[in-house]
Write a protein that binds this ligand. Structure first.
Ligand SMILES: C[S@@+](CC[C@H](N)C(=O)[O-])C[C@H]1O[C@@H](n2cnc3c(N)ncnc32)[C@H](O)[C@@H]1O
Length: 258
């Protein structure tokens, strides 16, 4: 299971050390920015390892739900190292335009070096921009489609992020928002937590990132269910919102239409 597109959205967590319990606060947006900068160098390797490559399938599904097509202008919010950004650019081709936006400089550095190290005509049309999902540096109705992968769970003000997506999308445009699913089924929720405790955290510990990945469990607990995400989208102004469960309910994808 569990791709490590983990989140750091816990408001407070007690983390065990050899001799005591240590409190690490990830209350505000700035704390999360620091944490994502720290995990940037190993983020892609861990995603592949912990999801056994499955995150690539989930991301392709997210892209297909956007309805993006050749020549479109599209946006990947919370782009991180750029997985969804690259996939989007393959959809819109060299005559389209893709922007990846993230508030972590280190993640954007990884994304840019990946862009430089692999050549495809369509990748030339990608631009990586530093910016906040709750205050996007783009004008109204600029994009035909939007993706957001494992980002919304980590954004402090989710309502504002949703309103910003609505603002920058063209009428009729779609946003596809992939993340862990906060399941309402007790068995799925328990299995998710078991995997985090017994697979994700031990593996992350090997990379010296136990604390960062400890937050994943709380971030899912504090996230919204599929139904709540649909309601949030409608409140932000979207005319349609549908949440789909993926991989037995471990992951979820919200599709919204302006
Ligand atoms: C778990 S990573 C996901 C990266 C990528 N989308 C993927 O699926 O592999 C979450 C990303 O969201 C970014 N992020 C979190 N909150 C943000 C915000 N308010 N504004 C911009 N980026 C944010 C982090 O810097 C991080 O790169």
């Amino acid at each position: 299971m569990a791709s490590l597109q983990f989140g750091l959205s816990s408001s407070f967590a007690s983390l065990p050390t050899a001799s005591c319990f240590r409190r690490v606060s990830v209350r505000c947006s700035g704390d999360r920015q620091v944490l994502f900068n720290r995990i940037a160098p190993v983020y892609d390797n861990l995603n592949d390892l912990l999801s056994l490559g499955q995150h690539r399938v989930w991301k392709r599904m997210a892209i297909s739900w956007t309805g993006a097509k050749e020549k479109d202008t599209v946006l990947d919010i919370c782009c991180g190292s750029g997985d969804l950004t690259f996939l989007l650019s393959e959809k819109v081709g060299p005559t389209g335009k893709v922007i990846g936006v993230d508030f972590s400089k280190e993640q954007l550095n990884v994304a840019s070096s990946r862009q430089n190290s692999r050549w495809r005509a369509c990748y030339e049309s990608i631009e990586f921009v530093e910016g906040d999902a709750t205050d996007l540096p783009f004008s109204n109705c600029q994009f035909d489609a939007i993706t957001m992968g494992y980002g919304l769970r980590n954004v402090v003000d989710k309502k504002k992020a949703m309103q910003e997506m609505f603002r920058v999308l063209k009428p009729g445009g779609k946003a596809s928002i992939l993340d862990f699913n906060k399941s309402t089924k007790p068995f799925v929720a328990s299995f998710q937590e078991w995997m985090i405790d017994n697979v994700v955290v031990p593996v992350a510990t090997g990379y010296g990132l136990a604390e960062e990945y400890e937050y994943l469990k709380n971030s899912i607990r504090e996230f919204l269910t599929g139904k709540e995400l649909e309601e949030l989208a409608v409140q932000a102004g979207f005319s349609m919102a549908s949440h789909y469960e993926i991989s037995g309910g471990l992951m979820g994808n919200l599709v919204v239409t302006r």
